[in-house]
Ligand binder design. Structure first.
Ligand SMILES: Cc1cc2nc3c(=O)[nH]c(=O)nc-3n(C[C@H](O)[C@H](O)[C@H](O)COP(=O)(O)OP(=O)(O)OC[C@H]3O[C@@H](n4cnc5c(N)ncnc54)[C@H](O)[C@@H]3O)c2cc1C
Length: 485
């Protein structure tokens, strides 16, 4: 049993009195992330300002045998930053410095608490930007983006966070500092940067991140096409991709999602549309102009009822504002909602939408659909009223069934929001026990005592320090294929 007072004193010695939160009411501020259905008050919150303080705090946890969880801005939607009740929450929001911009090598080195959009704001005057653009980019941190391998509307063409991180400084779960990668791309040996990105805070704490910067494209063209149904909009997407065009972004919103966004940001969506498709092309002016005409033609061929073309940056920003505010806007049309995140092969869009509609009707619930249509990443928003008895349970059940439908169609239980605390129970539906054991071996190599964000990602404790007691030997270790950890 941890002596809390001793822990507080040791942490104060590392972080100073202003860097430690121990008072119960203040601790409650940190009891959940964006998935508010899961709440745990941590034993202690610490707010380091430097890598050395992160190391010091983690070392105290290591020596005292206390679990810890990293937190960026707390916008995660899978309970990844959910605290542990007898553990320490290490909040990185005071580490917000952009340390270096290297225009020659097109790299930025930033602290983990830097907000995603700040990177683009910093380099935009020189004609550069940071490509991964989660809808939460106004508030989410780079550290959180790294841990979740976050995506966004423009990841279809430019790739997810993992394609834009070339180097990391990491505090390991025993407090040691390691540097992985650097400014140069693709070093030889195992891709440990790749392993860390998307590891959901289970392998250590990122304290510096080296990011790739891109040149702003010469031209950008954006259109919003209305369709009678999301199915028809999906058909247009298939036609665009089949024509060999790789748009910077292809997003669909259905009628309910539009209703919510309209109430919040007044985009003036076409009356009576069943869905809108936003297509953005970027690149050299001549290529963009040529392909844009082709996209317009393909939308018309797929039955588009109206097509609006963004006349200028303001109108383009409005199209995106509607799309990017869709999650939060749903709060305007429903007292409660659950954001689901699943993936299907792009061609299965129509099938999954029909299934979602049928399942929702059976349960008397509404689902607003928003999706990154180009890569088949769905975000069904299950609407419910927590004050109506049984409705929350029905919504949870429907959200789960949507994931099972994605799996049955050859998809995945998460596209970009992560597994966290929320979806760990579904991991065995997508992976075999052996798959999960092999993943655990990697985790154990970084965190043999299982103190770094425990209880996330994996359904049941299986290997090394996940449970006290005897360690299980993985079959892959027996023939000497891998070293014991
Ligand atoms: C309205 C809204 C829209 C969203 N849209 C998108 C979207 O389009 N695409 C998308 O991918 N996600 C989206 N998200 C989800 C969320 O914003 C992302 O997962 C984001 O990357 C989380 O960043 P954060 O700073 O809030 O991290 P947190 O929620 O604080 O933490 C997330 C995970 O990262 C870990 N972590 C945080 N910092 C570090 C660090 N320095 N080192 C190691 N681990 C760390 C935590 O332990 C946790 O497991 C959205 C969320 C909201 C609320």
């Amino acid at each position: 049993m941890v002596d809390r007072q001793r822990l507080i004193e040791r942490m104060r010695a590392v972080l100073g009195p202003g860097g430690v939160i121990a008072e119960r009411n203040q601790l409650r501020t940190y009891e959940c992330d964006g998935l508010a259905a899961f709440r745990v008050v941590p034993a202690l919150v610490v707010l380091p300002e430097t890598t050395e303080q992160v190391q010091g705090a983690v070392r105290v946890c290591h020596e005292e045998g206390v679990p810890f969880v990293a937190r960026g801005s707390g916008t995660g939607l899978s309970g990844g930053a959910l605290p542990v009740s007898d553990g320490v929450l290490i909040v990185l929001s005071r580490m917000r410095r952009i340390l270096e911009i290297d225009y020659d090598d097109q790299r930025a080195v930033v602290e983990p608490g830097v907000i995603n959009l700040w990177v683009t704001k910093e380099v935009a005057p020189r004609g550069y930007y940071y490509a991964p653009d989660p809808s939460s980019q106004l508030i989410c941190s780079i550290g959180g983006n790294v841990a979740e391998n976050s995506g966004g509307a423009h990841c279809l063409k430019y790739g997810f966070t993992t394609n834009h991180v070339t180097g990391l400084e990491i505090v390991l779960p025993d407090g040691d500092l390691v540097h992985l990668g650097g400014k140069a791309p693709d070093p030889p040996g195992y891709d440990l940067v790749g392993a860390f990105v998307g590891s959901e805070g289970t392998l250590g704490i990122a304290t510096k991140v080296t990011l790739r910067l891109l040149r702003k494209p010469e031209a950008v063209r954006t259109l919003m096409a209305a369709f009678e149904s999301a199915d028809a909009a999906g058909d247009a997407v298939s036609k665009i991709i089949a024509a060999g065009i790789v748009p910077a972004a292809v997003e669909i919103m259905d009628a309910l999602a539009m209703e919510a966004a309209e109430a919040a940001v007044h985009v003036h969506y076409p009356e009576g549309a069943g869905a809108v498709l936003i297509v953005e092309l970027d690149g050299p002016e001549a290529e963009c102009t040529h392909q844009f005409e082709e996209v317009e033609r393909l939308c018309q061929e797929a039955g588009s009822t109206t097509i609006q073309i963004a006349e200028d940056d303001d109108q383009r920003a409005l199209f995106w504002k509607g799309r990017k505010s869709a999650f939060a806007a749903v709060g305007r049309i429903s007292p409660d909602y659950y954001v689901q995140d699943g993936v299907i092969p792009r061609t299965a869009l129509g099938a999954v939408l029909r299934e979602i509609a049928d399942m929702a009707e059976e349960r008397g619930l509404r689902v607003a659909n928003v999706f990154h249509a180009g890569d088949g990443n769905l975000h069904p928003l299950v609407l419910y009223d927590g004050d109506v008895e049984g409705e929350e349970e029905r919504a949870e059940e429907l959200a789960a069934k949507i994931l099972f439908a994605c799996l049955a169609l050859g998809g995945s239980i998460t596209g970009e929001h992560g597994v966290g605390a929320d979806k760990k129970k579904y991991m065995p539906k997508q992976f075999t026990a052996d798959d999960l054991d092999v993943m655990q071996l990697l985790r154990c190599a970084f965190d043999p005592d299982g103190r770094c964000n425990p209880g996330k990602v994996f359904p049941t404790p299986r290997l090394c320090g996940e449970t006290p007691g005897k360690r299980h030997v993985h079959p892959a270790e027996q023939p000497g294929l891998v070293e014991a950890v």
